[in-house]
Write a protein that binds this ligand. Structure first.
Ligand code: NAD
Length: 295
């Protein structure tokens, strides 16, 4: 009986997934047909931290901005991904691709300085799409997280925004203002099984967004976050039970479908654009409405 019910649920889930894929395909076709010219980034100069490959959320954001006229500098972490990031950056005529490990203050300072050099001492946009926690801490119990790996997750995933914003501040001030965007997740405000220490890092990140918004607002620099639903990326793969997270969104989110990196790109482009000139210190959820549910 239970097994039959289980099979029924699985069938329903599969049919919902089909419907959802069809809806997304229609959406994509409409986008291709209508494809309104995205305006608003001509002459804007941005620095993008966090492209690892073409599936990265940072790349979806960068592509949007570049298609709308922005000039972008990119960072990569480690030789392993360098060639891939250089190829992607080349496809949008990037003037700068440089290495950056956000755990190093020197690296962060150098990277922003190099961006300043190619952009005439000014910067309009900063995209922070970086996070890391050890794979063993994204399974099992949060309670067992050791001290060193707790701080590492917070260092890479939260403090790096503060460090990058501080370095970018003078360049954005020289530009008359700027817009900073980071990527967060619901696991920072609610307990999501397996997200563990990364949730604690996102809580620190979310709070940093608000404090940075207050500090930098006086210089017309805005700081916001997009909270994305599950997207299959390199980082997502290290979260145990990630497919379950996707399935639950499809089943319980008001829109009953999962989201794509492009959806995040669209929301990010809004927050980074002048259209959002009076929006700061906020989090925009791109998760098919899942965060609004109590069950
Ligand atoms: P991704 O693996 O493509 O991107 C993560 C990036 O972080 C990589 O480019 C990696 O090189 C970089 N990084 C890690 N440690 C670093 C370090 N020490 N120095 C410099 N860079 C470092 O995965 P993604 O899913 O695109 O992740 C981007 C952001 O989006 C992260 O903040 C992630 O938490 C957030 N996010 C992702 C999802 C999702 O489901 N994929 C959902 C919500 C939020």
């Amino acid at each position: 009986m239970e097994r039959r019910r289980g099979r029924g649920r699985e069938k329903k889930r599969r049919s919902q997934r089909k419907k959802c894929d069809a809806a997304q395909a229609t959406q994509r076709t409409q986008e291709a047909v209508d494809s309104p010219a995205v305006a608003g980034f001509d002459g804007k100069r941005g620095l993008v931290l966090g492209v690892a490959n073409k599936r990265s959320i940072a790349w979806a954001i960068a592509k949007r901005l570049a298609d709308a006229g922005a000039q972008l500098a990119f960072t990569y972490q480690g030789e392993r991904i360098e060639a891939g990031v250089r190829e992607l950056a080349g496809s949008v005529d990037s003037p700068l691709v440089t290495e950056c490990d956000v755990r190093s203050d020197d690296d962060v300072a150098r990277v922003v300085r190099e961006a300043g050099e190619v952009f005439g001492g000014e910067l309009d946009l900063l995209v922070h799409s970086v996070a890391f926690a050890a794979a063993e801490d994204l399974e099992g119990r949060f309670t067992d997280t050791p001290r060193d790996r707790f701080w590492m997750a917070l260092d890479v995933s939260a403090y790096s925004l503060v460090a990058a914003a501080r370095e970018a501040e003078p360049l954005m001030e020289a530009a008359g203002g700027g817009s900073i965007l980071t990527m967060t997740y619901l696991g920072g405000t609610r307990a999501v099984p397996h997200y563990n220490v990364m949730g604690v890092a996102k809580a620190a990140l979310d709070s940093s967004v608000q404090y940075l918004a207050w500090d930098l607002g006086a210089k017309n620099i805005r700081v916001n976050a997009v909270s994305a639903g599950p997207v299959r990326t390199l980082a997502a793969r290290s979260i145990a039970g990630f497919p379950t997270m996707e399935a639950i969104v499809e089943e319980r989110a008001p829109l009953r479908r999962h989201i794509s990196a492009d959806d995040v790109g669209a929301a990010a482009a809004y927050l980074l654009s002048d259209e959002a000139r009076n929006v700061t210190g906020t989090t925009l959820y791109v998760d098919s409405g899942y965060h609004a549910m109590g069950m």
